[in-house]
Ligand binder design. Structure first.
Ligand SMILES: [Zn+2]
Ligand SMILES: [Zn+2]
Length: 715
């Protein structure tokens, strides 16, 4: 039995766990990656598994970071059922259609630009139609019902108290006569929060996968939170400004409406004019109104007494874009609740542009603000922000209320955990690194159970309550030299078998290398120029002597800058999205700086490359991108296989059937390759000069051995 962490590992988005037992493979959640650009790139390209081989999906709740890649899954061939609660299914109909629309719009915008430049067009990750088709796979369940979803797999959903319909998934998995009980917390809510029932306590788990969004933090108390909200509302209304509340359409918007209703009923704030300016929030609220039976006791009573928080004289739902724009001309007296919750997309950005510069206005942040978002910048006290290409001064009051979180805080998570009478092994996921690691330490100390924070794509073999990382077992003998700085990755078939990141990408700012870091490929850029020539039908590039200035030839043949041709003929069609040509003084944040040692033994940032670059942009790529390129070559999808073999002939490695492409420059070592049969990809990228070759050769040998022994990596 095996579990693999394909999302929400080392980050909070992209929740997706692959459970393999017997000859079955099941996904728990299939979420969209959100946040920094390099993470979002994971939404494109192939899944690290074969969609048609997945037997079923178990979906904990409708939030897009858990459900958002389901339409891509069905688009790429998934045929099985998706199990979810009825409310989750109804909410997904709204959320996934909206997400499909966003994907289409985004690509349409990009394609207008590409079309003008005569470049090949992109296709969206999925469309509204894909989202609609996905809905046909849903199987609706009710809380506490137990169901055999596959031979050897029983499922029960329990209330997670996170958003309406959200569930904890209990799974009983039987393999070779032995049953292991899994508990996936999904996103866990707070006790005593509005509208929702409390999270259900679970008492037994052989394997628990628990979220840790707030694993190291505490929320404000409910009373303080309401008081705090009343203060902000009153202050803003007295100043005569608008109060803007960026809020997730699903969950947070309804929570805020509820709190404002309660405060108005108490007379703590004046009667308000509230606009819900998000079509998605309006539709989600519609689903809430249809499922009042799952509300908690107080909210059911409010609805019965005609005090519904979701409708009333002061509550307006904007319908059209014109309605929304009209709000921009009103300078005060409104409460505007609008998406997105982190203010990095959606209509809230327009409202921020029109109000941030007004000292009378206020922005109230009521949700988690991820790094890199506009919401986070405001929270961190930015004095000026950029919205839709315009600089906007921040003069409005910026307030934060953390208690609104739909996630349990550290105390909440711990008190939920303490109810377990049997707890075998714990995996801590769905948190930023510090949060997950801090919380894992706390659990280990308090509950004395084995706890692990899995790495993205890492696989664990499970036996009873024993969990062993296949990365650690099979690659135990692998070691990098002490001063190696860079990343290593081994991919076999679709599965990431090993991954490691070492050293710093930026020493000055102490930014560590991560699997998403892009590295200068140095002279390996010539390989890309050859690839482009072959793609353009120039047989000469298939000759067996690889030396020569292929970029020069590419320039002569096309009359264009070689990097532009490679971008168009290789990087774009292969969808190598975190790769590109960058000038060394304009590197993107996810690129590593090269470090080289002077003859005096001093380590310096790589200025030689700068001087020698002759104002040529350098080719940077990430390990996942190079692995993707190799997989495409091996599959014959990028070029006919016969041409691939001729192209690669000069790069043959000592090991039979294996290839090694190398690049170097001062402070740069890049090695990638592997085998074409049973495609094995090994990538070692370094922003230093030590140990790269040594690492590559070890991994190539171990990768091959893994293929031979087979059993450890069954499936
Ligand atoms: Zn959630
Ligand atoms: Zn989540």
């Amino acid at each position: 039995m095996r579990i693999q962490f394909l999302g929400a590992a080392g980050c909070t988005s992209g929740s997706c766990y692959l459970l393999a037992f017997g000859d079955k493979q099941v996904l728990v959640d299939c979420g969209l990656f959100q946040g920094p650009e390099e993470l979002k790139q994971r939404n494109y390209g192939d899944f690290p598994f074969v969609p048609s081989e997945i037997d079923a999906v178990i979906l904990t709740h409708a939030h897009i970071d858990h459900s958002g890649l389901l339409p891509k899954l069905t688009r790429l061939g998934f045929k099985g059922p998706i199990y979810a609660t009825a409310v989750t299914a109804d909410l997904c109909a709204v959320m996934l259609a909206d997400s499909g629309h966003i994907q289409e719009m985004e690509v349409e915008r990009k394609n207008r630009k590409l079309a003008r430049r005569g470049q090949p067009l992109l296709t969206p990750i999925y469309t509204v139609e894909d989202a609609a088709k996905t809905m046909e796979h849903f199987k609706r369940m009710v809380y506490d019902e137990e169901l055999e979803v596959l031979p050897g797999l029983r499922l029960r959903f329990r209330d997670a108290g996170h958003i309406l319909g959200a569930a904890i998934a209990e799974l009983w998995v039987t393999e070779e006569g032995e049953t292991t009980k899994f508990v996936f917390s999904g996103d866990l809510g707070n006790v005593g929060q509005p509208i929702l029932q409390d999270p259900t306590y679970i008492t037994e788990a052989d394997v628990l996968v628990i979220e840790s969004t707030y694993g190291t933090r505490l929320h404000e108390q409910r009373e303080e939170r309401l008081e705090h909200l009343a203060d902000v509302v009153n202050r803003t209304m007295e100043r005569g400004g608008n109060l803007l509340i960026p809020a997730f359409a699903l969950g947070r918007t309804q929570d805020v409406l509820y709190a404002l209703r309660v405060l108005q009923d108490q007379g703590a704030i004046p009667p308000l004019t509230i606009y819900i300016d998000s079509p998605l929030a309006s539709k989600a609220t519609e689903v809430f109104r249809k499922h009042t039976q799952v509300f908690d006791y107080e909210t059911r009573a409010m609805v019965r007494e005609d005090r519904s928080p979701f409708q009333g004289p002061g509550v307006h739902y904007t319908e059209t874009v014109e309605d929304s724009k009209r709000l921009n001309s009103i300078s005060g007296g409104l409460v505007i609740i609008s998406a997105s919750g982190m203010a990095d997309a959606g209509r809230i950005k327009h409202h921020l542009k029109h109000n941030l510069w007004r000292p009378q206005a206020a922005v109230l942040l009521v949700g988690y603000q991820a790094e890199g978002t506009l919401g986070r910048r405001l929270q961190d006290g930015a004095e000026e922000v950029r919205i839709h290409g315009e600089q906007v001064k921040v003069r409005a009051e910026i307030a934060t209320i953390s208690g609104f979180s739909a996630h349990a805080d550290q105390a909440g998570l711990l008190s939920w955990l303490r109810r377990f009478r049997h707890l075998g092994h714990v995996f801590v996921t769905h948190g930023e690194k510090e949060s997950a690691e801090g919380f894992a330490e706390l659990i280990e100390g308090e509950l004395k159970v084995p706890v692990v924070v899995p790495r993205l794509d890492e696989s664990y073999e499970l036996k009873g309550t024993q969990a062993v990382s296949t990365w650690d077992t099979h690659y135990r003998s692998f070691s990098v030299e002490e001063d190696f700085s860079g990343v290593c990755q081994v991919v076999q078939g679709a599965e990431v078998q090993f991954r490691g990141a070492y050293g710093l990408a930026q020493r000055r700012f102490k930014i560590p290398n991560s699997i998403f870091t892009a590295f200068n490929l140095g002279s390996a850029r010539q390989f890309f120029a050859r690839l482009a020539l072959v793609r353009l039908g120039h047989e000469a590039a298939l000759v067996s002597a690889p030396a020569g200035d292929w970029e020069q030839q590419l320039a002569e043949v096309t009359g264009q800058a070689p990097w532009e041709v490679v971008q168009r003929e290789v990087l774009q069609p292969a969808q190598l999205r975190s790769s590109g040509y960058f000038y060394l003084d304009q590197l993107p944040v996810w690129a590593a700086s090269g470090y080289t040692t002077t003859s005096a033994g001093r380590l310096v940032e790589n200025i030689y490359a700068l001087a020698g670059a002759e104002e040529k942009p350098q080719l940077f790529a990430s390990a996942p991108d190079l692995a993707r390129l190799w997989q495409l070559l091996a599959a014959g999808e990028f070029l006919p296989l016969e041409e691939v073999r001729r192209l690669l002939a000069p790069y043959r490695a000592k090991r039979p059937g294996a290839y090694r492409i190398e690049g170097q420059a001062p402070g740069v070592r890049a090695l990638f390759g592997g085998t074409l049969e049973e495609p094995l990809t090994v990538v070692v990228l370094s922003n230093g000069e030590q140990g790269a070759l040594h690492a590559f050769e070890q991994l190539l040998a171990l990768g091959k051995a893994g293929e031979a022994s087979g059993s450890t990596f069954g499936q």
